[in-house]
Ligand binder design. Sequence first.
Ligand code: ADP
Ligand code: MG
Length: 300
Amino acid sequence: MSAITSTDLPGFKKISSGKVRDLYDFNDTLLFVATDRISAFDVILSSGIPGKGKLLTQISTFWFDKLFPIILSDGTQVGHHLLEKNVEKMGLPAAAIDALQDRTLQVKKCDIVKIEAIVRGYITGSAWSEYKKTGTVNGAPIRPGMQESEKFDEPLFTPSTKADQGEHDENISVEEYRRRIPEPLASRIEEAAITIYKRASEYAATKGIILADTKLEFGVDANGTLVVVDEILTPDSSRFWPAAGYQVGKGVDSFDKQFVRDWLKSVGFDKNNPIGPEIPDDIVKQTAEKYYEGYRMLTQ
Ligand SMILES: Nc1ncnc2c1ncn2[C@@H]1O[C@H](COP(=O)(O)OP(=O)(O)O)[C@@H](O)[C@H]1O
Ligand SMILES: [Mg+2]
């Protein structure tokens, strides 16, 4: 199986190409196509991971089916953007179907809220780096004496900016988040993100997986309803830790990308070079296996 790192749909208007996904206009909806591209430190690498886009798509639809709808404390409902996951039912030209199979969702066109809604249950990554220096996470003081990878007393909402292509997202305080996002949207997104994190982590625990943190994107659909857009609870947007390997006081390897990230660090990868390196075949293969293992553990 070879990696699909770009798509081209003759007759369709490509409206964006992100780190992983290509978006096409399709009547009043969007075709949301997950390629096999992989990014690390916000740089798209030259090699793809065969089958990754299909696995990410299957993981997202699994969660969309499982977690929604969500009713918030003010009685409003939060939905998701997925309209159709079966390419055969989208009314696409026959020639397009093969390439799009299993990696394409037809989704509602939404106004994207320009924020990354991150929820953390465990202290790791940039939160751990900040805490070690200042005792804070996204600027807010956290109980002293926490160790690396320890569980927070309660899941934390730690938003970041949604950077333009090639830029890096930046963590912001909840106060700054509330300055940027108007009410009641800000409170609804925060509550929805925490609810999704809690439900998903309870489920993941039954499969031997710790959901350390996750990043969600929200939008508003044509009816003004708040919806979760983009991918949801995939290994690209979340840290999944095998519960069996979990230990407080040290870093935990997640499924998936950590592998490529560690390899990049070991070869002295320059984050500021916009052209990502080729990944050696054995790292590609092991990473593909990791994605598959994560998918299997979660969904079966
Ligand atoms: N329902 C939607 N309507 C409009 N835009 C969307 C929708 N769902 C996702 N998007 C946008 O599509 C892009 C997905 O591509 P991706 O490769 O994941 O991007 P990124 O590099 O930003 O992670 C994101 O910019 C996201 O904001
Ligand atoms: Mg994305």
